[in-house]
Design a protein around this ligand. Structure first.
Ligand code: TXA
Ligand code: MG
Length: 344
């Protein structure tokens, strides 16, 4: 078993990680969205180590991270003009594009699909590591499969101790939810939003000058027999240990509902907006102001982990708005609640 340690982002540590990655090892690196568990995207054995460390199903493909546009040719082919338009507007940054797969990226990254997901992160340390490694890095979120994504080096460590050596500390992630995933792989169809993130549907439409489609799986349970455009949508995700319920209600009704239920069942805890905790009779974790979806995105995953830390058994979460970045928060919290929704 390896000893996993957090390293300061010093020049020599960045160089050590880049050379380990080049040699076929895996390491956790910061990005502006969440921490990623990285491996050389062109090395089949290295990528296999990611799936093993995370306990990730082999049919769930990974995102490849590049530090400059020239690296795109190693990853993708027949890249449409719309991709360059979006790259120009949002890269480096939290937008992932699904494109036709190029010939150098290894099979495990694409999980057998003829498409590949790629993004250029804006986090300076991530970019330095990719540049020094001189290869695209496949990197899913650096958590055990099914758990909330880590937004601090400490959260990576608490999930992944013993799996690999390096975690490079880049501080708390700027956005806190994973990148927006948009498919441009089918030239006969409208662009398809597979996973909402900090780059919003409206921002993408403005750049492309056309409407985009939102995958059904963003806000709905996928039936067993329906085709998953993005395999990641099929899986249990972001789950705290508590059984969570998502409560769609005004602040007043939410508070009344939680307090009423807590009288009958003292196991109930709350995941609420700032200020609501003062009116609740149960233990409560907050995840930002009710009208600040960016703040909610920034805090959500850490708040889900705090529910575990306080030993919450049942959690009533106050539902966020679905507007703009709110759709990304809603998509994650809905899965954390295993689609159990109470509408008041
Ligand atoms: O912000 C992020 O995207 C973070 C950081 C580390 O960059 N990474 C991340 O990776 O969230 P992961 O593996 O947790 O999520 C990747 C998502 C999954 O839902 C997966 O199914 C989807 O991207 N995906 C990857 N390749 C795909 C493909 N070829 N077609 C459709 N979906 C794909
Ligand atoms: Mg993930």
């Amino acid at each position: 078993m390896k000893t996993t340690k957090i390293y300061e982002p010093l020049k020599e540590n960045i160089s050590s990680v880049a050379s380990e990655l080049k040699k076929g090892e895996i390491a956790a690196i910061p990005t502006e969205t969440v921490y990623g568990l990285a491996a050389n995207a062109l090395d089949e054995n290295a990528v296999a180590k990611i799936f093993k460390a995370k306990g990730r199903p082999a049919d769930n493909p990974l995102i490849s991270h590049i530090s400059e546009l020239q690296m795109l040719d190693l990853i993708a082919k027949n890249v449409p003009q719309s991709a360059y338009k979006l790259a120009n507007a949002f890269w480096p940054g939290p937008l992932t594009l699904v494109l036709k797969r190029g010939s150098f990226v290894c099979d495990a990254v694409c999980a057998g699909l003829d498409t590949v997901a790629v993004r250029m992160p804006s986090h300076e340390i991530a970019r330095q590591i990719i540049s020094e490694a001189k290869v695209p890095l496949a990197a899913p979120s650096a958590n055990k499969s099914g758990k909330p994504s880590p937004t601090t080096a400490q959260e990576v460590l608490s999930d992944m101790q013993g799996e690999f050596e390096y975690i490079i500390d880049g501080g708390k992630c700027e956005f806190g939810v994973e990148s927006t995933v948009l498919s441009l792989a089918d030239e006969n169809e409208k662009p398809l939003l597979l996973r909402p993130g900090s780059v919003t549907k409206q921002q993408i439409e403005k750049v492309l000058g056309c409407e985009i489609e939102v995958s059904n799986a963003v806000t709905n349970v996928l039936e067993n027999d329906s085709k998953a455009h993005s395999p990641g949508m099929k899986y249990k995700h972001y789950s705290p240990k508590a059984k969570m319920f998502l409560i769609k209600a005004s602040s007043e009704k939410y508070i009344e509902y939680v307090n009423d239920n807590h009288k009958k069942n003292s196991d109930i805890t709350a995941l609420c907006f700032d200020g609501e905790e003062k009116h609740l009779n149960c233990e409560a974790i907050t995840y930002g102001q009710s009208d600040n979806v960016e703040e909610q995105a920034f805090k959500l995953f850490s708040s889900l982990r705090k529910l575990d830390e306080i030993g919450a058994k049942i959690a009533f979460a106050h539902c966020p708005s679905e507007d703009g970045v709110g759709l990304a928060v809603y998509n994650r919290i809905l899965r954390a609640a295993a689609f159990r929704v109470v509408e008041l």
